[in-house]
Design a protein around this ligand. Structure first.
Ligand SMILES: [Zn+2]
Length: 115
Protein backbone atom coordinates (compact mmCIF):
# COMPACT_ATOMS: atom_id res chain seq x y z
CA UNK A 1 0.00 0.00 0.00
CA UNK A 2 1.34 3.40 -0.95
CA UNK A 3 2.22 5.68 1.88
CA UNK A 4 0.35 8.92 2.13
CA UNK A 5 2.50 11.89 3.04
CA UNK A 6 1.34 14.93 4.87
CA UNK A 7 2.97 18.04 6.14
CA UNK A 8 1.79 19.74 9.26
CA UNK A 9 0.07 23.04 8.69
CA UNK A 10 -1.12 23.48 12.24
CA UNK A 11 1.08 22.23 15.08
CA UNK A 12 -0.43 19.65 17.34
CA UNK A 13 -0.44 15.99 18.22
CA UNK A 14 -0.89 13.68 15.25
CA UNK A 15 -0.78 9.90 15.38
CA UNK A 16 0.61 10.22 18.89
CA UNK A 17 3.46 12.56 17.91
CA UNK A 18 3.91 16.20 18.78
CA UNK A 19 4.35 17.90 15.44
CA UNK A 20 5.41 21.39 14.41
CA UNK A 21 4.73 23.49 11.34
CA UNK A 22 6.28 22.02 8.23
CA UNK A 23 6.94 18.65 9.81
CA UNK A 24 6.45 15.68 7.52
CA UNK A 25 4.31 12.81 8.53
CA UNK A 26 3.29 9.62 6.86
CA UNK A 27 0.02 8.14 7.81
CA UNK A 28 -0.10 4.61 6.51
CA UNK A 29 -3.82 5.00 6.38
CA UNK A 30 -6.11 7.46 4.73
CA UNK A 31 -8.46 7.62 7.66
CA UNK A 32 -11.59 9.73 7.81
CA UNK A 33 -9.76 11.61 10.57
CA UNK A 34 -6.88 12.46 8.23
CA UNK A 35 -9.37 13.51 5.58
CA UNK A 36 -11.07 15.80 8.06
CA UNK A 37 -7.79 17.28 9.31
CA UNK A 38 -6.77 17.96 5.73
CA UNK A 39 -10.07 19.61 4.90
CA UNK A 40 -9.80 21.90 7.92
CA UNK A 41 -6.25 22.91 7.15
CA UNK A 42 -4.40 21.07 9.91
CA UNK A 43 -2.61 18.80 7.48
CA UNK A 44 -1.72 19.12 3.83
CA UNK A 45 -1.57 15.98 1.77
CA UNK A 46 1.65 15.92 -0.12
CA UNK A 47 3.44 13.84 -2.73
CA UNK A 48 6.43 11.99 -1.38
CA UNK A 49 8.88 14.81 -0.57
CA UNK A 50 11.98 15.02 -2.74
CA UNK A 51 13.99 16.41 0.11
CA UNK A 52 13.54 16.10 3.81
CA UNK A 53 15.38 18.14 6.38
CA UNK A 54 15.98 16.09 9.47
CA UNK A 55 16.21 17.30 13.05
CA UNK A 56 19.43 16.03 14.57
CA UNK A 57 17.88 15.88 18.01
CA UNK A 58 14.69 13.93 17.57
CA UNK A 59 14.82 12.69 14.00
CA UNK A 60 11.74 14.61 12.93
CA UNK A 61 11.64 15.41 9.22
CA UNK A 62 10.72 18.78 7.79
CA UNK A 63 9.89 20.49 4.53
CA UNK A 64 12.56 23.14 4.90
CA UNK A 65 15.50 24.18 7.00
CA UNK A 66 13.56 27.16 8.29
CA UNK A 67 10.82 24.90 9.58
CA UNK A 68 13.35 22.53 11.13
CA UNK A 69 15.13 25.43 12.82
CA UNK A 70 11.87 26.82 14.20
CA UNK A 71 11.09 23.38 15.56
CA UNK A 72 14.56 23.17 17.11
CA UNK A 73 14.19 26.51 18.86
CA UNK A 74 10.86 25.45 20.24
CA UNK A 75 11.58 21.85 21.21
CA UNK A 76 15.28 21.69 21.84
CA UNK A 77 16.02 25.01 23.43
CA UNK A 78 19.25 23.97 25.10
CA UNK A 79 20.85 23.20 21.80
CA UNK A 80 19.40 26.15 19.96
CA UNK A 81 19.58 28.67 22.80
CA UNK A 82 19.45 32.14 21.36
CA UNK A 83 20.33 35.53 22.71
CA UNK A 84 16.78 36.67 22.07
CA UNK A 85 15.66 38.18 25.37
CA UNK A 86 12.00 37.55 24.64
CA UNK A 87 10.15 35.58 27.31
CA UNK A 88 8.66 32.19 26.52
CA UNK A 89 5.14 33.53 26.82
CA UNK A 90 5.85 36.36 24.48
CA UNK A 91 7.49 34.04 22.01
CA UNK A 92 4.55 31.64 22.12
CA UNK A 93 2.18 34.52 21.48
CA UNK A 94 4.22 35.71 18.54
CA UNK A 95 4.40 32.23 17.11
CA UNK A 96 0.66 31.81 17.39
CA UNK A 97 0.05 35.14 15.66
CA UNK A 98 2.53 34.37 12.91
CA UNK A 99 1.01 30.96 12.43
CA UNK A 100 -2.54 32.25 12.12
CA UNK A 101 -1.35 34.69 9.50
CA UNK A 102 0.63 32.12 7.61
CA UNK A 103 -1.73 29.19 7.85
CA UNK A 104 -5.22 30.07 9.01
CA UNK A 105 -7.46 27.11 9.58
CA UNK A 106 -10.41 26.60 7.29
CA UNK A 107 -12.90 26.81 10.08
CA UNK A 108 -15.65 27.61 7.62
CA UNK A 109 -15.31 24.07 6.32
CA UNK A 110 -16.50 22.30 9.42
CA UNK A 111 -19.16 19.64 9.11
CA UNK A 112 -21.80 22.09 10.31
CA UNK A 113 -21.15 24.48 7.45
CA UNK A 114 -21.10 21.84 4.75
CA UNK A 115 -24.80 21.30 4.76
ZN1 LIG B 1 13.65 17.76 16.93
Amino acid sequence: MAETWYWIRHPGTYAGNECDFGQLLTLALATPKAEQLTRLGYLVESPKPKQKIQCGECGGEFLSEADRDAHGRKRHQLRFASSDPVSDDERAEREEAALLERAPLYLEKTEATRR
